[in-house]
Design a protein around this ligand. Structure first.
Ligand code: PMM
Length: 269
């Protein structure tokens, strides 16, 4: 059964939920809600990676995430830490997190992989070609799924060289990171090539721009609203589950939980 990671962005500027959970009590309440809806892991982030976002001081990032992780750990809720910074990964694991989610796969901070090797933690390695502020300039592929798998393999090797055990590694094709809409679909279509790396596969499509492009507009003046993005997310998450994803990372846990339940019924699980 594919697991659900519920997103908790404690940032003023994430693209779909920026500013909603900057108050700790609100953030903790939202995590409990995501958990009750079926999230196995709450993915806590204190720095936005949205296109064009600017970097945050790691001290600011840690001040945002550490108290939340401590509170969720005390409440028995499993978390991951969505960060590019080794120092934040270390602080989060000390506060109780068991999974480091680095969308750059250790490329943004050269201390990340050696730091994780020292910790009692898993790592999700994302496919990444450079910082968010100019990542679309790097969206050049001849065969997107194959190149993403091959570049992920390089990062998995780097993690192994740093001393991270293979069964600690999760791979993520980084949907939306240095990829055009068509390239995102091509990578999703090639999920089996990512799974062939032999690690657990995590996929995050939630509310991303390429879904809006696929939906189009129903009426000339109709904007792609959050509920429409969440429906598209539930469908892509169900398809990712069929393609072998170990987990999907989403904002709206309830809709994806229902979609995964339908997949399970179809499969006779
Ligand atoms: N996408 C975002 C942030 N973190 N982590 C993983 N592992 N995979 C992703 O695709 C991913 C991520 C950007 O989305 P957000 O701003 O809505 O959190």
């Amino acid at each position: 059964m594919t697991l659900i990671w519920g997103i908790l962005n404690i940032t003023p500027d994430s693209f779909s939920d920026g500013g909603r959970y900057t108050d700790p009590a609100t953030a903790i309440a939202h995590a409990h809600e995501l958990r009750a809806q079926g999230a196995a892991i709450i993915d806590v982030g204190g720095e936005s990676t949205r296109p064009g976002s600017v970097r945050v001081d790691p001290a600011v990032e840690q001040a945002r995430v550490v108290p939340i992780i401590e509170a969720l750990t005390d409440a028995g809720i499993a978390t991951s830490i969505d960060t590019l910074n080794a120092s934040t990964a270390v602080a989060a694991v000390r506060a109780g997190t068991r999974i480091v989610n680095d969308v750059s796969g250790g490329l943004a901070d050269e201390r990340m992989l050696p730091a994780v090797a020292e910790l009692d933690a898993d790592i999700a390695i994302g496919h990444w070609r450079g910082p968010s502020d100019d990542m679309y300039a790097r969206a050049q592929y001849a065969r997107a799924a194959r190149e993403v798998a091959s570049e992920l393999r390089d990062r998995v090797s780097a993690a192994a060289v740093a001393g991270i055990a293979p069964d600690r590694i999760i791979v993520d094709p980084g949907i939306g990171f240095a990829k055009t809409a068509e390239q995102n679909w091509e990578v999703l279509r090639g999920t089996d090539e990512i799974a062939a790396l032999g690690h657990r596969v995590l996929i995050g499509t939630s509310r991303k721009r390429f879904l809006v492009d696929a939906l189009g507009t129903a009426a000339p003046d109709e904007q792609p609203t959050i509920p429409r993005r969440d429906l598209a997310t539930a469908v892509t998450s169900a398809l990712a589950a069929r393609a072998g994803a170990w987990a999907v990372r989403v904002h709206d846990v309830a809709s994806t939980r229902d979609a995964l339940a339908v997949v399970g019924a179809w499969d006779g699980a």
